[in-house]
Design a protein around this ligand. Structure first.
Ligand SMILES: [Zn+2]
Length: 233
């Protein structure tokens, strides 16, 4: 994991005694049978992350009503899975102190979701809300590339990332039309079928990771991806 989070973690361990203690607590798993473990921080971090996500959706989508906001950012199962996916991608468990790991713990949803929550609980206590928000949004918001009025950029992307994924959608993305393709699908490569442009009436959202596109569809459009029947991603 050669990224900001790792550097950030290491940098914190050089800091004050108080921070040292709180981050050690964040990486101590409850199976070790010692207290304090990461459970209380996971409880706190869960609330902090949900507040950050709620504020993000509130500001990003002035047109979403309470029901839609609740459905898309308030569901316990949904956010657990989301937090677990992020923790798994960051390989957070590698940095945890786990004496009696449950089976398949590296992909265990609860363990990984709690690992992320506890880490953010510790970041919040140590660094305050604004810094926690900055770091959280970087990891939680979908990491995708969007091509609009940029056929050249789009074609370069799919040529360089032929094993990646592409969502074809309307210029103003609409939950009813979000089609997921393999980047190699012949319906989204070569010469545009309408003879015009790949990124004009319809635009392209690209990523190497299908999960990021699913996250994008949910976060930015409030919809789910439909899979192309031709390339069957
Ligand atoms: Zn396709």
């Amino acid at each position: 994991m050669s990224n900001d989070l790792q550097e950030f973690l290491f940098s914190i361990f050089d800091l004050t005694q108080e921070e040292n203690t709180i981050f050690r607590e964040a990486v101590t798993h409850s199976s070790n049978g010692i207290l304090p473990n990461n459970q209380r921080l996971a409880f706190l971090g869960d609330s902090v992350l949900k507040l950050i996500i709620s504020e993000y959706f509130y500001r990003r989508h002035p047109d979403w009503n309470k029901g839609k906001l609740t459905k898309l950012c308030g569901g316990e199962n949904e956010s657990n899975k989301n937090f677990a996916d992020i923790a798994i991608k960051l390989e957070l468990v590698k940095y945890m102190d786990i004496k009696n790991p449950p089976p398949a713990y590296k992909t265990n949803e609860t363990l990984n979701a709690e690992a992320l929550e506890a880490l953010f609980g510790a970041i919040y206590l140590s660094r305050g809300f604004e810094e926690t928000k900055r770091i959280a949004l970087k990891y939680i918001i979908a990491d995708v590339e969007q091509f609009k009025d940029d056929d050249l950029g789009y074609l370069e992307w799919i040529n360089a990332n032929s094993h990646g994924f592409v969502v074809n959608c309307n210029r103003q993305p609409n939950p009813n039309y979000l089609i997921l393709h393999l980047a190699s699908c012949n319906t989204i490569t070569g010469t545009p079928t309408n003879g015009k442009s790949w990124t004009l009436d319809y635009i392209k959202i690209c990523s190497l990771d299908q999960n990021e596109l699913e996250k994008w569809a949910q976060q930015q459009v409030g919809g789910k991806l439909k899979h192309c029947p031709i390339c069957k991603p």
